[in-house]
Design a protein around this ligand. Structure first.
Ligand SMILES: [Zn+2]
Length: 328
């Protein structure tokens, strides 16, 4: 009940005052218009550096990466995925085959098989369930608290991936690893069911919405984060970019700093046909954020005391609140 009227504009109320409107909708951005403030970004990057330093003795991601054992470097980091399909009758009811195809797409993208760097991350389907609930399916942001309370499984290293009718203006939303300490139960990624490989979302149906949103879940920011203003996305080999790529520009160089805009990067906003790569620096960021926030063995003894000590200096209240109500 109540869903028929909302059909087709399921997410119109979900902008949360982000101030983008029809223009954003027409442009089909990947995720919600609300961007992180510079203060939030600085706090998140600082939290990562501090956590790395406390746990591993260095905040330098390249040095941290080099310091890993040979075995750790050889072995891919395999993320178990709990795939939660929300449906309203037949609508949204993705088959196990569709889900497997999405997992294969993730593995191709994160291993560098589509282009760019191998991030060292792989994904393994660890659970598949279908929940037939029209309200949840049509309003996944409004109900995300109850949805996640009911369906979420595993700990900080398990990816809970939900599909639903996210909306016509936004393709998905995610939490960041920095938010886990404060909001573990909200951890996860929600994407539109039409964005999967061979889905019905025109120009966004190669499964790269999941690749992009999971990039956030793994600690990546948008390549256009902060425009031309430092620290941008905090990754050294993704050049500064004044604004998101729309569609698929051949070439863009929108900032005075060195380097052309990374229009083909998965953390940009181009069409799926335009996206193909992560950079080596993004791979290092992912591995560092994993070690800091999602690796097994955290939350015990010394680690827990350290965690508690850094919570309030971390992402701050605004970020935590966004993980509940907002989206990106
Ligand atoms: Zn995004």
């Amino acid at each position: 009940m109540g869903t028929a009227g909302a059909e087709g504009k399921a997410d119109a109320e979900g902008k949360d005052g982000c101030g983008q409107g029809a223009a954003a909708r027409a442009a089909h951005p990947r995720d919600a218009g609300g961007e992180l403030s510079r203060g939030q970004v600085v706090a998140m990057l600082g939290d990562l550096r501090r956590t790395l330093r406390e746990r591993y003795g260095t905040a330098d991601e390249a040095r941290f990466d080099a310091g890993r054992s040979d075995e750790a470097r050889r072995r891919a980091l395999v993320v178990p995925v709990r795939f939660h399909v929300l449906a309203a009758g037949r609508a949204g009811r993705l088959s196990r085959a569709a889900v497997r195809s999405q997992i294969a797409t993730l593995n191709a993208a994160y291993s560098g098989r589509t282009g760019g760097a191998d991030t060292g991350v792989r994904f393994r389907l660890a659970g598949y369930d279908v929940t037939n609930k029209a309200a949840w399916f049509s309003h996944p942001r409004k109900y995300q608290g109850v949805i996640k309370r009911k369906l979420r499984r595993g700990g900080r290293g398990t990816l809970n991936l939900y599909t639903a009718a996210v909306g016509s203006d936004v393709l998905g939303f995610s939490t960041f690893p920095q938010w886990y300490r404060r909001s573990p139960r909200m951890d996860g990624v929600v994407i539109d069911y039409r964005s999967l490989p061979h889905g019905s979302y025109r120009r966004f149906n190669r499964g790269y919405t999941a690749v992009h949103e999971i990039g956030h879940w793994l600690g990546l920011l948008h390549t256009f984060q902060g425009g031309c203003t430092p620290p941008g996305d905090g990754v050294s080999d993704t050049p500064y970019e004044a604004s998101p790529a729309q569609g698929c520009p051949d070439y863009k160089d929108s900032c005075p700093q060195r380097g052309d805009d990374p229009v083909h990067n998965f953390m940009n906003y181009g069409f799926d046909s335009c996206m193909r790569e992560f950079t080596p620096g993004q791979g290092r960021r992912i591995r560092a954020a994993w070690a800091a926030y999602r690796a097994a063995g955290h939350g015990h003894g010394r680690g827990r005391a350290r965690e508690r000590g850094s919570v309030d200096r971390g992402t701050g209240g605004a970020g935590a609140a966004r993980s509940v109500g907002g989206a990106r």
